[in-house]
Write a protein that binds this ligand. Structure first.
Ligand SMILES: *[C@@H]1O[C@H](CO)[C@@H](O)[C@H](O)[C@H]1NC(C)=O
Ligand SMILES: *[C@@H]1O[C@H](CO)[C@@H](O)[C@H](O)[C@H]1NC(C)=O
Ligand SMILES: *[C@@H]1O[C@H](CO)[C@@H](O)[C@H](O)[C@H]1NC(C)=O
Ligand SMILES: *[C@@H]1O[C@H](CO)[C@@H](O)[C@H](O)[C@H]1NC(C)=O
Length: 500
């Protein structure tokens, strides 16, 4: 998860828009790849016929009985594998629009086939086509919260399970932020949610997420320690170049900036480093994750590709090699230039209409969630960090204030994050029937719940894979420990489905 879950933002991979040229956060999990050709085309065609899309009448405010405003929440369903009496599997949407690719492929569908499950996918309020309010000004955004989103899930289950067809046990699935939602929903509504499969979820909330780049660094170090030191060196060389006007021009031409960098504006410089860090972060976060790439070249943005370039002396200095990798990213994403301007970031995130670019991509909404409840901002703020001290927490706090108003400051965020932490503290030792999966290369794994103490929840660490790897379709190329994790999920689903 755009959880910090895929907190990390839009969507280098979703290819959302060529117009919006800055990388937003490391968010979203994109789409799964297609199942290997063993599945016949006729079955694929049949699958399409079994996918339905509809809207569900949902309350705007679940916690104010005098407010009876409603809105339409988008959901999709798939009944091909369903047999009467079977369970109901629901994949939760998160900080991006839902894609029906997840009802054709992906691991939930593989489990559904085994367990004859009915399948749903529910879009998260405020994302995709699920518009709870007229616009996204701060008055309206106050209904965008984890608590309301969980209540949406509960309401959906309550109403749908009145239908005799869907009386079976409901099991929630989700990856990244939706993975957290799945676990929290199991905790909050245990009578409605029988069990949860929580992939790469981020449960430990904090404001300053310094762990992200530490794990990222470790993933690169495992490949080759020099890869990390060369990236650090490139960062230092950029800092030095920015000290002179001439050097700044050089940096601008090498990284193909859309707008001139004003080195007198500190936020522009930070935005530059933050933006340069995102393709590297995403490369690691989504390293070889079995996603379906309409653009096959994207699969080529991997730790191996990155480090092979950073280690290749023939390409010049570490700065030159860094330029080569960023050029490769621009090429794959078909981008002529990249925006590193703080002002343009601010402008796009201040858009309040549903058809605005940063609203469609979910960026504004996600920033709001980060600024009000989630935090977990990915920072690099020490000389020996992967990107030096160029991405401090103030950068993000300032962004919260600049986008949403002066009340959205550190103080507010501290209180909110404290509340989020407390509210879900119990997940650790009181919630049963949750399975947490994490990849050892996933930079988010430091914030995952890796030691649930409840006797009936388990956590699996999958060596050598990255974010949400288990959520994508299985493949003969999966490492054995990933295949084993999938078997473990099957084992527990089987066990839990026989429990009342
Ligand atoms: C909402 O509630 C108010 C007051 O309780 C009532 O007058 C109004 O008709 C209700 N609206 C709808 C759509 O039910
Ligand atoms: C936000 O938009 C609503 C209309 O949906 C309006 O009533 C409200 O006053 C606006 N709030 C702000 C702060 O502009
Ligand atoms: C500006 O930078 C270029 C390339 O680094 C270099 O060749 C040139 O001598 C520099 N000019 C000045 C005035 O520093
Ligand atoms: C959960 O853990 C906390 C501290 O780790 C402890 O204070 C609390 O009693 C535990 N609750 C249960 C139900 O075991």
């Amino acid at each position: 998860m755009r959880v910090i879950f895929c907190l990390i933002w839009c969507c280098l991979w979703c290819g959302v828009s060529a117009r919006f040229k800055s990388f937003t956060s490391l968010v979203g999990i994109g789409e799964p790849n297609r199942r290997p050709s063993s599945i016949g085309t006729s079955l694929r065609a049949a699958t399409l016929n079994f996918i339905r899309e509809d809207f569900f009448d949902q309350k705007l405010d679940h916690f104010n009985p005098t407010d009876n405003r409603t809105w339409k929440q988008r959901y999709q369903s798939h009944s091909l594998h369903h047999k009467i009496g079977g369970p109901v599997f629901m994949l939760l949407g998160g900080e991006e629009k839902i894609s029906n690719a997840w009802l054709k492929d992906g691991s939930m569908m593989e489990y559904a086939e085994k367990f004859n499950a009915m399948c749903f996918q529910l879009e998260h309020r405020y994302y995709g086509d699920s518009y709870p309010t007229d616009n996204l000004n701060t008055t309206n955004l106050k209904y965008l919260s984890i608590k309301q989103a969980l209540a949406d899930v509960a309401e959906f289950i309550k109403v749908k399970s009145q239908n005799p067809l869907y009386k079976g046990k409901w099991i929630l699935f989700g990856g990244s932020y939706p993975g957290s939602l799945a676990a929290w929903a199991r905790k909050t509504y245990p009578n409605l949610v029988h069990a949860a499969v929580s992939s790469s979820s981020v449960i430990k909330t904090r404001i300053d997420n310094i762990d992200y780049f530490k794990v990222a660094e470790k993933a690169l170090t495992d490949y080759n320690p020099k890869c990390v030191s060369n990236i650090r060196q490139a960062t230092m060389m950029i800092s030095d170049l920015l000290d002179s006007e001439n050097g700044t021009k050089y940096v601008q031409s090498k990284f193909k900036v859309c707008y001139r960098i004003n080195t007198n504006v500190k936020k522009d410089v930070r935005q530059l480093f933050q933006q340069l860090s995102i393709p590297i972060a995403e490369t690691i976060q989504y390293n070889r994750d079995n996603r379906y790439y309409s653009n096959m070249e994207k699969a080529d943005l991997s730790i191996t590709a990155l480090c092979d370039i950073m280690l290749n002396r023939a390409l010049g200095s570490p700065f030159d090699r860094y330029v080569v990798y960023h050029k490769k990213v621009r090429h794959v994403l078909k981008r002529r230039c990249s925006s590193y301007s703080y002002q343009s970031l601010l402008q796009s995130n201040s858009e309040i209409n549903w058809h605005g670019q940063s609203v469609k991509s979910g960026d504004r909404q996600w920033y709001y969630q980060l600024c009000t409840e989630i935090g977990n901002f990915v920072t690099s703020n020490e000389d020996d960090h992967l990107f030096g001290n160029n991405i401090p927490i103030d950068f993000f706090i300032d962004l919260c204030t600049d986008v949403f108003g002066e009340h959205f400051d550190l103080n507010k965020l501290e209180k909110a994050v404290h509340k989020t932490t407390m509210m879900y503290h119990g997940l650790k030792n009181t919630t049963s029937r949750v399975i947490y999966l994490h990849g050892s290369f996933d930079p988010w794994n430091g914030l995952g719940l890796t030691e649930p103490e409840s006797d009936d929840s388990i956590s699996i660490n999958i060596e050598g894979v990255s974010h949400c790897a288990d959520l994508y379709t299985s493949s003969p190329k999966d490492p054995p420990q990933l295949s084993k994790a999938r078997e473990t999920v099957t084992f527990y689903l089987n066990k839990w489905l026989t429990e009342t």
